[in-house]
Design a protein around this ligand. Structure first.
Ligand SMILES: [Zn+2]
Length: 271
């Protein structure tokens, strides 16, 4: 920020902020004349980024999007690749601004997010924001979950259990059932417990609008078979991936009963 300065890690003299390129995090020290690299943690703590992140999260959760947007802009002046701030800007442009555009959000989740590095605090802030914005983020579930699986294998199951159940329950068809999302659910199930997601996946065997249970139209053979292949079978495979023995037995048991019922109805529907 203007007027601020940073300590040269070599000679200890001050390097003014305007001599630092916040994209590369490199600044030329006026005393020792060397290029100095500032780790993101150093810049984050010296520029108060983490404190500002706290306010961004609070504004966002309170749906005070104007203030959240402004605070995020301030963060990006020094932390140009701060994922939480980038997300807030992109989200506001997609859902609260005029004109609304999803371009930033598409770019963030499809291109930028996989390349970003995070501090632990940045990651926690991003997770809180994503959970708060979840009802609007169903189209990006796979990108978000796979990025969390890669960056935070310890925390990904708890995150998914807060982020995904609503999204799964609100799916209006099974067109979102790509091999990638199933792989991601399986990967997370092998890491930890996401019982609410598993339950939502199970319930949607009956509740998803594409399910033959909804209108009792098992006699539509092609449609029923497609739902069975793209959804029912995949849910069973996710449950097979559950690492915790008790949880796996519980969900697999319920699933096998439901699967048998489905197969019975499918066979009756053909007669
Ligand atoms: Zn120096």
């Amino acid at each position: 920020m203007e007027g601020e300065s940073y300590k040269c890690p070599g000679c200890g003299d001050a390097i003014p902020a305007d001599r630092i390129d916040f994209k590369t995090r490199i600044g030329k020290c006026p005393s020792c004349r060397k290029d100095r690299y500032f780790p993101r943690r150093t810049l984050n703590s010296s520029t108060g980024v983490l404190a500002k992140l706290g306010s961004v999260v609070n504004f966002f959760k309170d749906k005070n999007f104007t203030s959240a947007y402004r605070a995020a802009e301030t963060i990006l002046m020094t932390a140009v690749d701060n994922a939480a701030a980038l997300f807030v800007i992109a989200y506001c442009k997609a859902f609260t601004g005029e004109p609304r555009t999803r371009a930033n959000l598409d770019k963030l989740f499809n291109e930028t997010l996989p390349t970003l590095e995070f501090d632990e605090e940045e990651l926690e802030a991003l997770k809180e924001l994503l959970i708060a914005g979840a009802p609007h983020l169903g189209d990006y579930e796979e990108q978000i979950l796979s990025s969390m699986l890669a960056n935070d294998p310890q925390g990904v199951a708890a995150f998914a259990d807060a982020f995904s159940p609503y999204i799964v329950m609100k799916r209006s068809n099974v067109n979102w059932c790509t091999p990638k999302i199933w792989e991601t659910y399986k990967g997370i199930s092998a890491q930890g417990n996401m019982a609410k997601v598993w339950y939502a996946l199970y319930v949607c065997i009956e509740k998803n609008p594409d399910s033959p249970y909804v209108n009792d139209n098992f006699f539509l053979k092609t449609k029923t078979q497609r739902f069975y292949d793209t959804y029912v079978e995949q849910v069973g495979q996710v449950f097979d991936s559950i690492q915790d023995d008790k949880m796996r037995a519980k969900f697999k048991g319920a699933f096998l009963n439901k699967k048998q019922d489905f197969i019975n109805k499918m066979n009756e529907g053909g007669n």
